[in-house]
Structures are given as C-alpha cells and as structure tokens.
Ligand binder design. Structure first.
Ligand SMILES: [Zn+2]
Length: 379
C-alpha cells in the first residue's frame, strides 16, 4: 500500500485502504447531496438531517464501491491470483490484482464480477426503496444508492481499457484471436479513443456553460487516457524484453556482507557510501539471506549500532529468487506478484547476481540505444 493512504484493516486477507484524495470527494459529495440534491427531492427537513443523511449516503456509496472491488477480488482469488490491496480514492476504488489473468476466460469473469455486484446492489436498494416508502430519510438513501450503483455498473461497462468493460472487451478479443498481445493493443487503443471522446465532451460542456460537469468529465477522460497509454506502453516493454533472459540484464557486481555486520556499519559503507539498495548476506561463501533498504528502514536509527544484518535480513528459506535462464518478462511478473524490487539470481545454491527493476530499465535503455533501426531496401 502506498504512503498516501490510511489502512482500514483486512477483508478476506486483502488490506483495505483509503487514499487521502478520498476525503476531498467525500466532502464534495456530502456537500452537494446536503445542499442541493436532497433539499430538492425531500423538502422541509431540518438542515442537520440533510447533512447526516448526505454523509451516510456517501459512506454507503463507497461501501458499494468496496463491494464492487471485492467482487473482482473474490473471482481473482478463485483463479489463484493474489490481490495485493484494495484502495478507495477520488475516482472510486481499485483492486491491485498482482498478476495478469492466466486465460481469456478468467479475465472475463474477474472483470465482469464488479459490474455484476453493482447491478445486484442497485436491485437490492431498488427493492428496499419500495419497502421504505413511509420512512423518508431511509427512502432517500436507498433511492440514491439504487441509482448510483446502477450508474456505476453501467459506467464500468464502457469498453475503454482499463475499465471493466475494456477488460471484458480484451478478454473477448483474446478468446477469439488467442493472442493476448494483439488483444491488449486493440483494447488499449479503443480505450484511448473513448478517453478522447470523454475529454472532447467535457471541453464542449465547459464552453457551453456547464463548467463543473464538463471539468469532471474531461478529468475522467484524462485519467482513462493515461491508464490506457500506460497499458500500451507496458505491452511495448514486454515486446522489447521478449526473448531476453535474466542473465542478460542482471547485475553481477553485487555487494555482500557478513551476517554479524551492524546496520550502522553497512549503512555508512554500502548504502550511503555505495548507493546499494540490496545486499547479499554470506557466510563461508554460502548465501544466507538478503538485506534490502526496506528491511533497514523498518528499524529505528537509534538501534542501528546494536542490530546485526542477520537479525533483519530475509533468510534464505524465505527469500524469493530467480534462475539466470528465466525470461525477463517472467522476472518482472514475479516481482509484481511478490511486491519486491529485486530478486537474487541463483544457480543451484550459488548466487550469480542480482536483478532489480532498475537493472531491467537500464537494460531496456541500452537496448533501445544500440538497436539499429531495421532498414528495408528495395531493388
Ligand atoms: Zn470494476
């Protein structure tokens, strides 16, 4: 989970967080419900009631968004794909699913599960609405939530990748063509097209006097555009890395230390002095663990002189590692899956080097500098 979010605990073992940007949208939505939507729909309430009902509605609305994301997550977990976290933020929610779905079918079901949950909630709140006719404040909440869940389900079905509808669309093309690469590029480009339509509609609304709405639509368009572009870019990186192995990009000049080195010594010498982000811990020429910047940061600086590398390192038996002949694309996938930034490269019980994300980036950069453009000469 990133630093700009507050933890709400775990559901099904998945950490749930709220991004700080969420508070902005919470305040904005509560204000707009309390001062314009509810007073128009339900006249003659005390002012405080508008605000309380408004705040409760917005909290339940984000509860609905959370259930939508849990819908995706439950299906992902069924396919044995780990879900790293769920974060609520300004545009709603996002479930960080740690790997690409293994098949078109699994992608289809993971993607469609969210909108199915939203439509289910719309139905439940719609039914509640008919039962709560006499209780105005509860009726107001149910009516709004029925509407918003229906809208959420529909919005997410827009076929713009990476919205759910875009993923469903990609799964269908993937299923038909049996080519994930082609399906990603088609879905990404359709996603960009839809994003541009959003931006155009937003700008048009701004110039025709509907400033607030227009700005919001354009903003969503901009968000969708950058998401679709980064998806296309990711595919391009995969294409460049295809056929290359871990041994091609790994760093062989890794730094190693003894288990009884204190954190103070290694910070001065290797982290501040050498700029290393990870250190191999060796004893009698055998790797016994890996120490990352992350492990060191977890220890307060007052304890650095009394804590040894062995006390905070990731021990060999828990350490994630990769073989030198593994595909680079798979190595990146594994780093995503495990949420780590580097992997020791092991051949048997011997360490060959370290592969970090930055090494892969350097490899890509070098490759794009030295790759000669392909010329075709016609005779
Ligand atoms: Zn969704």
């Amino acid at each position: 989970m990133n630093r700009s979010s507050i933890s709400l605990g775990r559901i099904l073992g998945i950490p749930i967080g709220v991004d700080y940007s969420w508070f902005l949208i919470f305040a904005l939505l509560t204000w707009s419900l309390a001062t314009s939507y509810f007073p128009v729909e339900f006249a003659n309430w005390p002012v405080a009631q508008y605000w309380i009902v408004g705040a409760v509605t917005v909290i339940l609305m984000f509860g609905s968004v959370l259930l939508h994301e849990l819908g995706h997550s439950v299906v992902a977990l069924r396919y044995k794909i780990p879900v790293r976290n769920i974060t609520l933020f300004i545009f709603g929610g996002v479930a960080q699913i740690a790997a690409e779905p293994p098949s078109a079918m699994s992608e289809f079901w993971i993607a469609i599960a969210g909108p199915i949950v939203s439509f289910g909630l719309a139905l439940i709140f719609g039914l509640l609405q008919t039962m709560l006719g006499a209780l105005a404040p509860l009726l107001a909440v149910a009516k709004y939530l029925a509407y918003i869940n229906g809208a959420l389900g529909l919005f997410n079905l827009i076929p713009g990748f990476p919205l759910d509808g875009g993923r469903v669309f990609r799964a269908i093309i993937w299923g038909i063509t049996h080519n994930l690469r082609k399906a990603t590029l088609i879905a990404g480009n359709v996603g960009r097209l839809i994003a541009f339509i959003f931006i155009l509609v937003g700008v048009w609304q701004i110039f025709t006097g509907n400033f607030g709405n227009g700005l919001w639509i354009a903003f969503i368009g901009w968000f969708l555009e950058s998401a679709a572009s980064s998806q296309i870019q990711q595919q391009t990186i995969h294409d460049l890395l295809a056929g290359h192995h871990v041994a091609d990009a790994m760093r062989r000049d890794y730094t190693w230390i003894l288990p009884d080195t204190t954190l103070e010594q290694l910070i001065d010498k290797h982290i501040l002095g050498g700029g290393r982000r990870s250190l191999v811990v060796k004893q009698a020429d055998q790797v016994v663990g890996l120490l990352t910047l992350h492990n060191v940061k977890a220890i307060p600086s007052t304890a650095w002189s009394s804590t040894s590398a062995a006390q905070v390192m990731i021990p060999m038996e828990k350490m994630k590692w990769i073989r030198p002949e593994a595909d680079l694309v798979d190595a990146l996938g594994e780093m995503d899956r495990d949420g780590v930034n580097q992997l020791p490269v092991m051949l048997g019980d011997q360490i060959q080097g370290i592969l970090g994300r930055d090494d892969v980036i350097n490899f890509l950069r070098t490759m794009s500098e030295f790759r000669r453009p392909q010329h075709s000469h016609s005779k």
